[in-house]
Ligand binder design. Structure first.
Ligand SMILES: [Zn+2]
Length: 135
């Protein structure tokens, strides 16, 4: 889809700190994080919102959201995780390519908060656990 920044990230026309990808999904750091480690989980194929994403893809996506929530919780020692998913501009959707936000919360932040360091920590965690752990 033209002019879609997330499709451009999938095609690697735009850069992003990509944490995980497979044939269906991509996970990367939010460009303007609410908190350090704020992730976006998107389908690689372009769907606008909850109203047009197919059920089976949505079901798969939420399993990745769960796994990545565990990665953030454990790798960055988050005390809590907020999930956000906005549909239509009136509800705060800014990029019109379906996405989940994974927003971690912390009691204390004990890691470097620049994006490169966070990406390295998360990628290392996934590599060492040989895939995305469930818990
Ligand atoms: Zn798109």
């Amino acid at each position: 889809m033209g002019n879609c920044v997330f499709c451009e990230i999938v095609k690697r026309v735009q850069s992003a700190y990509i944490i995980y990808e497979d044939d269906k999904v991509m996970v990367f750091l939010d460009k303007r994080p609410y908190n350090p480690g704020h992730l976006l989980v998107i389908p690689k194929e372009h769907y606008t919102d909850i109203f047009d994403i197919p059920d089976d893809l949505l079901a798969y996506l939420i399993t990745i959201v769960k796994k990545m929530s565990n990665v953030v919780k454990n790798a960055l020692n988050a005390s809590g995780i907020r999930l956000v998913q906005n549909n239509e501009s009136s509800a705060g959707q800014v990029i019109f390519h379906f996405h989940f936000h994974i927003i971690p919360y912390y009691d204390t932040i004990d890691f470097p908060t620049d994006k490169q360091s966070i990406a390295d920590i998360l990628r290392k965690w996934i590599n060492e656990t040989k895939g995305i752990p469930n818990h």
